[in-house]
Design a protein around this ligand. Sequence first.
Ligand SMILES: *[C@@H]1O[C@H](CO)[C@@H](O)[C@H](O)[C@H]1NC(C)=O
Ligand SMILES: CC(=O)N[C@H]1CO[C@H](CO)[C@@H](O)[C@@H]1O
Length: 316
Amino acid sequence: MFWATFTLGLVALSASFVSAVDPYTGGDTSGCGTAHLFDGLPRYLSLDTGGTTRSYWIHLPSDYHPDQQYPVVFGFHGRGTNGEFFYQDTHLSMPRFSANKIMIYPDGLGRAWAGPEYAKASVEQDLQFVWDMLAHVRSKYCVDSARIYATGFSNGAGFLDTLACNATVGGEFAAFAPASGVYYTEPDGACEPARTPMPFLEMHGQADGAARYAGGRGTGGTLPQMSDWLALWADRNGCGDPTQEDSDGGNVHYISYDCKGDQGAGALQHWRVDDMAHVWPALHINLSQDGQGYGPAPISASILSMAFFDQFVRPA
Ligand SMILES: *[C@@H]1O[C@H](CO)[C@@H](O)[C@H](O)[C@H]1NC(C)=O
Ligand SMILES: CC(=O)N[C@H]1CO[C@H](CO)[C@@H](O)[C@@H]1O
């Protein structure tokens, strides 16, 4: 089966990439050594950030060990929903996706993330929220600061681009995996990523009516064409020419770039699915697919994003 082969391939690759790089060893580990209740169950936390109370869900592995440093994955929801919807829709907390990771599902202010015109928070406020969540999580839980990642859907995916373009806050992350993103803050002349490359895996449907592949006017401003978005990150990441593999009878196109740096191999990847609508891609119909009248997708964003993250660390 295509998926089994592909996933095994990634696992084989990941060992060689990671060993070639010295991982970052800084970062607050004061949250290590404390046992918690509710391991393996979602927990709702709140914090003060810039004078506002904001909230997020956290999910620890069911066999959480207080002295083990865990990778952390943030999942940013789409517009009009919240962190709880995102984890229910993506199933990302299930052990088959994230057995060894701490999952974080933040709530957007007014159910949206900064960047588009409809957002309630400014870019500065939402970046500050991410910064403050990181400090909050590290002070309570045992975090491997070389392995902090972010995924998201639609408006939440678009926010990952904004995050990666900010050297201070985005620099805390090792890789990004947006699905069906609305990249309203691109092209951003002020995009100053912390490192080259900032690894990105993007998944997008060509039949997406909300985050249109061809770009143009969206509900929150002007969207870039996806080909232009890819070219921007290929340039920022110092990538060479891409390779393309087509599958599923020509419906699925996998585009991969090798870029600059020790972790440059595959540091920019894109899955284009011709018949796919505005959904979180999943092999079994989930809530976002059901809402769009779209059936099972030929790719799984929950599998692909986690496998992508396992290939990258924040370097020393
Ligand atoms: C990044 O975001 C923070 C928080 O909004 C801001 O203070 C900072 O100026 C931004 N830019 C850079 C380059 O870090
Ligand atoms: C409505 C819903 O959530 N449907 C499915 C989403 O996908 C998972 C598997 O990844 C199914 O278990 C759900 O039933």
